[in-house]
Design a binder for this molecule. Structure first.
Ligand code: F6P
Length: 552
């Protein structure tokens, strides 16, 4: 299908700033990280920025002060200062849906949007009051018993953020009040949770901004059925549900009691919504005070992002370094490796935040982007990854920039925290320094091999090095510093979208999968025999529908 799009503003890659960076990159073609550190013993102290409880070391990127100057020029050429103000002032930065992006307003008590300020403060206090009441055992089910289990039914932004944060602070949960998550339409996801719960003491949170997501509504139906099998009638079942949504009437029609509906503003994007009523499971798990600390940490990062000069601005630096990696060093993915078991879910959360925001191919005016945009984000907790994909990170042919995330102050047993930090910092060093042939040969000789074998094996032990990474140190692990970290990544994503002139806040592509799955569902269930599918899909359906006896 050819691109028929309106012409629009000049594309960023035509700007003098972009052209200057292309030329500058040529001057670095024979430079290595090791050489940059040798030339400037204070590099590590200079190429870092600190704010909101985060220490951001970006010295292990292939860049100089000149690079930073040119990236700054690019940011100004893309009118980043204006774009930042537009975000915080509630302008319609989501141009294709004509909506603002209000996540920062949710956590900023002095938000510019007066209308939103009062409603979001009201929503927050209503939600927090319910969470604290639940934690005190004062919210009861149809049989009069206090709830022992809360199951969040949601997916994407209605699951990933809350799931990650609840998992990050297990010690804050109230004894005897367990929080669970079920997202997939695969009924095993919910059933594995239901197996741990009893109907009379289980509360379901139907979490869906649109109140129309198949997976969530399907799971909610299964949950209703599970309660009904206990003998509960509709009124009694309603005692075991609450909902978080922007669609209040849909929630009421579904059967949610009005006082159990926790609303959110349409202008809050799903992947930016954990700060809203979607965060109810967080407030239940951590308590309203800690939830407010989470928002407060994010608000501190917001203020920093809005006011700090670009060269000290953590989200701006990270966003510009991502542009430098993707568009000038051609690294199209990034690994996020939290050396914090509590943040094992962080890469999953950042996948949606980054890839659903930046996985775009046209600019805000509809022009195809002739340059690369959103990166593939993946990762996993350290040190586990060292026994899995670090071989490729160190010696593979694909170069993958890495974000290491760790805590300066121990969040776990002190000795084990030292092991964690030693491994995290060592991996960043290993990526940078590698192992040259002479070092490898000395190793193989020392192992007692004869000269010929030693020389041969050494070839396999060379590690190229010169591989870039960022290191983010949380001064300590608290709701406040976690809030700052998540806001840091939200704003880095926004910076990248502004440079690429794309809309970070819509997600039109996901609609295609939803509509196609309806058609395939009808073909699978044979509710419509006139459906014409491609021969692959049809052959697969035919095979699926073949009776097991004559399967090949
Ligand atoms: O993946 C599409 C999407 O709309 C996400 O943006 C969103 O977080 C998720 O589905 C769930 O949407 P809802 O909260 O409306 O159920």
């Amino acid at each position: 299908m050819t691109d028929v799009t309106p012409t629009g503003a000049a594309l960023i890659d035509q700007s003098p700033a972009w052209q200057a960076l292309l030329k500058h990159r040529q001057t670095l073609s024979s430079t290595t990280l090791e050489a940059l550190f040798a030339q400037n013993p204070r590099r590590g102290q200079q190429f870092k920025a600190v704010a909101a409880g985060l220490y951001f070391d970006y010295s292990k990127n292939l860049l100089t002060h000149e690079t930073l100057n040119l990236l700054n020029d690019l940011a100004n050429s893309a009118q980043l200062p204006t774009a930042i103000e537009a975000l915080f002032s509630g302008a319609n930065v989501n141009n294709t849906e004509q909506r603002p992006a209000l996540h920062t307003a949710l956590r900023d008590p002095e938000t510019n949007s007066a209308q939103l300020a009062s409603s979001s403060r009201q929503r927050l206090s209503t939600m927090n009051a319910f969470a604290d009441k639940l934690r005190r055992g004062e919210v009861r089910g149809a049989s009069g018993k206090a709830f022992s289990d809360v199951i969040n039914l949601g997916i994407g932004g209605s699951d990933l953020g809350p799931r990650m944060i609840v998992a990050a602070f297990p010690e804050r949960q109230v004894e005897g009040l367990n929080i669970h998550f079920a997202a997939n339409v695969d009924s095993d996801a919910l059933k594995s949770v239901l197996g741990q719960c009893r109907p009379e003491t289980t509360l379901f949170l139907l979490s869906s901004k649109s109140f129309s997501t198949l997976e969530t509504l399907s799971n909610a139906k299964l949950a209703q059925q599970w309660l009904r099998e206990t003998g509960f009638d509709d009124a009694q079942i309603a005692c075991h549900f609450a909902a978080m949504t922007s669609q209040i009437e849909k929630a009421k029609d579904w059967g949610i009691k009005p006082e159990r509906i926790f609303s959110m503003d349409e202008g809050v994007g799903g992947r930016f919504s954990l700060w809203s009523s979607i965060g109810l499971p967080i407030a239940i798990a951590l308590g309203s005070k800690a939830f407010s600390q989470l928002l407060d940490g994010a608000s501190t990062m917001d203020k920093h992002f809005r006011s700090a000069a670009f060269k000290e601005n953590l989200p701006v630096l990270h966003g510009l370094l991502s542009i430098w990696s993707i568009n000038f060093n051609h690294h199209q993915s990034r690994a996020v490796l939290p050396y914090i078991h509590r943040l094992a879910e962080l890469p999953n959360y950042l996948q949606q935040l980054t890839m659903e925001s930046l996985g775009k191919r046209v600019t805000k005016t509809g022009q195809p982007c002739p340059y690369a945009t959103g990166p593939v984000i993946w990762g996993g907790e350290g040190t586990n990854g060292q026994h899995s994909y670090h071989q490729l990170l160190l010696q593979g042919t694909s170069v993958v920039p890495v974000d290491f995330v760790a805590t300066a102050k121990a969040h776990c047993e002190p000795l084990q925290h030292q092991y964690l930090l030693a491994n995290c910092l060592a991996q960043s060093r290993a990526l940078m320094l590698g192992k040259n042939y002479e070092q490898a040969l000395a190793e193989t000789r020392a192992s007692g091999l004869n000269e010929e074998s030693a020389a041969k094996l050494a070839l396999h032990k060379v590690i190229p090095g010169n591989r870039v990474s960022n290191t983010l140190l949380l001064e300590e692990f608290t709701p406040r510093t976690l809030g700052a970290l998540l806001a840091f990544y939200e704003h880095s994503v926004y910076v990248q979208s502004v440079i690429w002139q794309i809309n970070a806040f819509d997600q039109w592509a996901v609609e295609l999968g939803k509509t196609m799955s309806t058609t395939v569902f009808d073909a699978l269930c044979e509710t419509d025999s006139n459906i014409a599918l491609d021969s692959s899909s049809q052959a697969l359906i035919d095979h699926i529908r073949t009776k097991p006896s004559n399967m090949g």
